[in-house]
Design a protein around this ligand. Structure first.
Ligand SMILES: NC(=O)c1ccc[n+]([C@@H]2O[C@H](COP(=O)([O-])OP(=O)(O)OC[C@H]3O[C@@H](n4cnc5c(N)ncnc54)[C@H](O)[C@@H]3O)[C@@H](O)[C@H]2O)c1
Ligand SMILES: N[C@H](CO)Cc1c[nH]c[nH+]1
Ligand SMILES: [Zn+2]
Length: 430
């Protein structure tokens, strides 16, 4: 991996480089995505069949676009029993964590007869995108569906690209069944997002689309925002490790590569105060790449967006991490909790050398759908909040309104909205 001393110049270059990964900077893909969405809007299922043939080399038709119960049964027969048990354990951890996020309606009443409150209502129908191009993601199935279930969503529609044989990976189907998907459709990419946003003959329109995906998925989600709601855009994976001389270089290298293997556009960055650690981590990554099955993707990702940055002080390292606002941040230092208190921007923070990133991807319980591309400065992890909406509640007694009616009338009159003033005034006519 490239090692750089952090100075004004390298900092500027790095930040500019990382910005290139933003969906906002992928103009060249935008036109293609716009065409796909327009075609799906105009031609429904037919467009889905054409694009699935073109991009996934699978033959779809009205009879096989929806996953059947028989396909789910077949998937259970193909997946190792032990893996089904692991999926169930992970599911339980994710559910327990997300149950703590559940929000309740509240009502506040006063003796004068005023009742104010907030009513929390689950969304009716939600679309979940599960990526399936370069890898299968049963863990992402759990991470997207569990919070929706905990929130009380009525109907969960899942979409995921099929393989060339027109089938969905068995582990993805088992995870979907375990988590409680109501229907699963074999379609991916921008066309799947279009189908969920506009509805087609086979796929119902949803109220909100959640879930990570590649650049086509991310751009399509941005484009349909307004027809439907969307979650934060979770794009290619990212990891940033803050480490000092006490960190284990082999652990750090392994963790960096865990995210680099997702995508050539993934980013893996080490920020360290130790030059010696920097060199050791670089050596370890070289060794690992030779052994790992996705070495080619990892190498491209490191060449594109892999960096080891050496800083003079820990405060500088922390400042850099806050500026980058990585999806995942690992802290492997002498006093990791001290460092954590100074972190403002990160999707998920992993503290100490035994909190390796994949623990969060698969098992600990917090959601692994996290803000990427610096958006952790203002977005949060996917959560139960994404699947509910709120209505304000207002009830006043005659006496309560009488006490303030003149103030409201005066306020409305100041805005020259006399019909507003009148609707209050009419209630207190002598
Ligand atoms: N942040 C998270 O929580 C999280 C979780 C899992 C995966 N990820 C990320 O999700 C992404 C998954 O990407 P993926 O590609 O493996 O799967 P994907 O399902 O997102 O994309 C595959 C689809 O892309 C479409 N496509 C491919 N080439 C195309 C082209 N030339 N034109 C138009 N459409 C095309 C096809 O329809 C295909 O079905 C990775 O970047 C990974 O890092 C993120
Ligand atoms: N690290 C990914 C989010 O960036 C999530 C994931 C799923 N499976 C493995 N990893
Ligand atoms: Zn991962």
């Amino acid at each position: 991996m490239r090692i750089q001393k952090l100075d004004e110049n390298s900092r500027k270059n790095l930040l500019e480089d990382l910005l290139k990964r933003s969906p906002n900077n992928y103009g060249q893909y935008e036109q293609g995505v716009t065409e796909i969405l327009a075609n799906v809007k105009a031609n429904g299922d037919q467009a889905l069949f054409e694009y699935t043939k073109k991009f996934d080399q699978a033959d779809l038709n009205a009879g096989n676009i929806k996953v059947t119960d028989a396909e789910i049964e077949e998937a259970y027969a193909l997946v190792d029993r032990k893996l089904v048990e692991i999926i169930r354990k992970s599911l339980a951890n994710i559910r327990t964590y997300h149950e703590k996020q559940r929000q309740t309606s509240w009502f506040d009443s006063k003796p004068d007869g005023t009742i104010l409150g907030q009513k929390v209502t689950a969304l009716h129908r939600v679309g979940v995108y599960v990526p399936g191009g370069k890898a299968a993601y049963p863990s992402s199935v759990l991470m997207n569906i569990v919070p929706a279930k905990v929130a009380g969503v009525d109907e969960i529609i899942m979409v995921t690209p099929p393989g060339k044989d027109g089938k969905v990976t068995p582990t993805t189907l088992v995870a979907a069944k375990e988590a409680g998907a109501d229907a699963i459709y074999k379609v991916g990419g921008a066309q799947a997002i279009g189908a969920l946003a506009y509805g087609t003959e086979s796929i119902p329109k949803v109220d909100k689309i959640v879930g990570p995906g590649n650049i086509y998925v991310a751009l399509a989600k941005k484009a349909v925002y307004g027809y439907v709601s969307i979650d934060a855009i979770a794009g290619p994976s990212e990891i940033l490790v803050i480490a000092d001389e006490t960190a284990n270089p082999r652990f750090v290298a392994a963790d960096l590569l865990s995210q680099a293997e997702h995508d050539e556009l993934a980013s893996a960055i080490l920020v360290t105060t130790s030059e010696e650690l920097a060199k050791k981590v670089s050596d370890e990554t070289d060794k690992f790449i030779k052994e790992l099955s996705r070495g080619e993707i990892i190498q491209k990702s490191l060449d594109n967006y892999g960096y080891i940055l050496v800083t003079d002080t820990m405060d500088e390292a922390i400042e850099t991490a806050n500026e980058i606002a990585s999806e995942h941040l690992e802290i492997q230092t002498k006093n990791p909790f001290d460092v954590m208190t100074k972190i403002r921007n990160a999707g998920a923070i992993f503290i100490g050398e035994y909190a390796s990133e994949p623990l969060g991807d698969y098992f600990a319980g917090p959601n692994h759908v996290l803000p990427t591309n610096g958006t952790a400065k203002f977005f949060s992890p996917l959560s139960v909040d994404d699947f509910v909406k709120k209505s304000s509640i207002i009830s006043y007694s005659e006496n309560a309104l009488r006490a303030i009616h003149e103030d409201i009338e005066a306020f409305a009159t100041a805005e020259h909205l006399t019909a507003h003033a009148n609707s209050i005034k009419v209630r207190f006519e002598k």
